[in-house]
Design a protein around this ligand. Structure first.
Ligand code: V0D
Length: 255
């Protein structure tokens, strides 16, 4: 014996079919804090770096999924300004990741018309890392599909601070007047100059913090968290995040 729900019919009508969900309210810019590589490895009795290695595959999976949805920008937090505190072995290993990634996937990135960019303090990176990244940025610079943006040696406070310093220099040189400084001008001094702000920020591995990621740029972003470790992240989890985003936007839109 079931209870009659007078609004069920109406509610049913409000649930859109999957296809509609997938085509409407797609975030333009998705940012991801790729967390949990070390824990993924520990759980298997493997060294932390084994998790990082496995994580490269998840990067390409999310690139494919984002490309498929015609998302315009994907920002991945690959190395934070705090990550230098890790062991030398781990840091050295991480610094070889860009080359490994491009060795394996650059042809596919070209095929998919993906443009690679980075944000963060490039200067402090080892020469071999800079070379690998420069090469890929250069090779993909004329592509006009998905923007694949790696945050490398990035920190949100560093970003804001270096912007303030550069801006102060321009003011001192009389190239900018204080009266003209507004949010848009300030934003143009950030590493992300010219990029849209993330509509959706995803963090994997159960941590629910922003951890000095894009502090300025995430002012209005929707946050979505999952327990899934980064190496296990795939299209299915990505779609879950997109659907959660769309449902939030739908509710927002109906108010
Ligand atoms: C390890 C999980 C791709 C997170 C993904 C330098 C930690 C795999 C890159 C990459 C890392 C960076 C720049 C670039 C091209 C690729 C990467 C690092 C770590 C730290 F231009 N994966 N990846 N970079 N991991």
């Amino acid at each position: 014996m079931s209870i009659k729900l007078p609004f069920l019919k109406f509610k049913d009508k409000q649930i859109p079919d999957k296809k509609r969900i997938e085509q409407q309210n797609i975030p333009e810019h998705v940012a991801i804090i790729m967390d949990g590589n070390g824990r993924w490895a520990n759980k298997r009795g493997l060294p932390r770096v084994a998790g990082h290695k496995e994580g490269v595959g998840a990067v390409q999976k999310v690139v494919r999924a984002a490309d498929k949805l015609h998302i315009s920008a994907l920002t991945l937090f690959a190395f934070s300004t705090e990550n230098w505190q890790r062991s030398k072995t781990e840091v050295d290993f991480l610094m070889r990741m860009p080359k490994q990634f491009f060795h394996k996937y650059l042809p596919e990135l070209m095929e998919r018309n993906v443009r690679v960019e980075t944000v963060g303090n490039f200067e402090q990176l080892p020469d071999h890392t800079k070379k690998a990244v420069w090469n890929a940025v250069e090779k993909t610079k004329d592509n006009d599909g998905l923007l694949l943006n790696f945050a490398l040696n990035y920190g949100g406070r560093l970003d804001i601070m270096q912007a303030a310093k550069k801006m102060a220099e321009d003011i001192k040189k009389d190239e900018l007047s204080i009266a003209d400084v507004d949010e848009s001008v300030f934003g143009s001094y950030l590493y992300t100059n010219g990029m849209s702000e993330p509509d959706l920020l995803i963090r994997t591995s159960g941590e629910k913090r922003i951890s000095n990621f894009m502090l300025w740029q995430c002012a209005y972003s929707e946050f979505w968290f999952t327990e899934v470790f980064w190496p296990d992240f795939d299209e299915e989890v990505f779609m879950q995040a997109i659907q959660a985003y769309q449902q939030r936007k739908r509710r927002f839109g109906s108010v």
